[in-house]
Ligand binder design. Sequence first.
Ligand code: ADP
Ligand code: MG
Length: 140
Amino acid sequence: MAIERTFSIIKPDATRRNLTGKINTLFEENGLSIIAQKRIQMSRAHAESFYGVHAARPFFKDLVEFMVSGPVVVQVLEGENAVAKNRDLMGATNPANAAEGTIRKLFAESIEANSVHGSDSAENAAIEIAYFFAGLELVG
Ligand code: ADP
Ligand code: MG
C-alpha cells in the first residue's frame, strides 16, 4: 500500500479543552506521522473558502462561526493509506454514530463541534494541504 499524505484540523472545541496532545497521540499510535503542524486563528474568509463546498447547506453559517471561535491546529499526516486511515480513526461526522475508540466518539461534543477535520480523498488532501502549507513546511 502507498504512503500518502492527508490534511487534518484539530477544531476549536478540541483546542479549547486542551486535547491537542491526546488527539496527536492517537494519530501517532495508529501509524500516522505529523509531518507539519501549526496552531492558527482562522479568519472568516479562510473558513468560508475552506468549507465552500458546504456553502448552500443550512449549517454553513454556524459552521463558519464555530471554526473561527478559537484556535485550530492544522496538520499534515503521513502514513500508509493515510486518507482512509485517518477517516476511520476520526469516526462518523455525528459522534452519536461514531464507532468506539474513534476520535469523534471519544471527544466530539456534537455533529458540528466534532473535534477534527480530515480530507475525504487524496485529491482534496493535496488541495487542502496547499491551502495552508508551503512545500518547505512539510518535513517527512
Ligand atoms: P466530515 O467532517 O465528516 O467530512 P462533512 O464534510 O459532511 O463531514 O461536514 C463538514 C463539517 O460540517 C462537519 O465536520 C461538521 O463540523 C459540520 N456539519 C456537518 N453536518 C452538520 C449538521 N447536520 N449540522 C451541523 N454541522 C454539521
Ligand atoms: Mg468532509
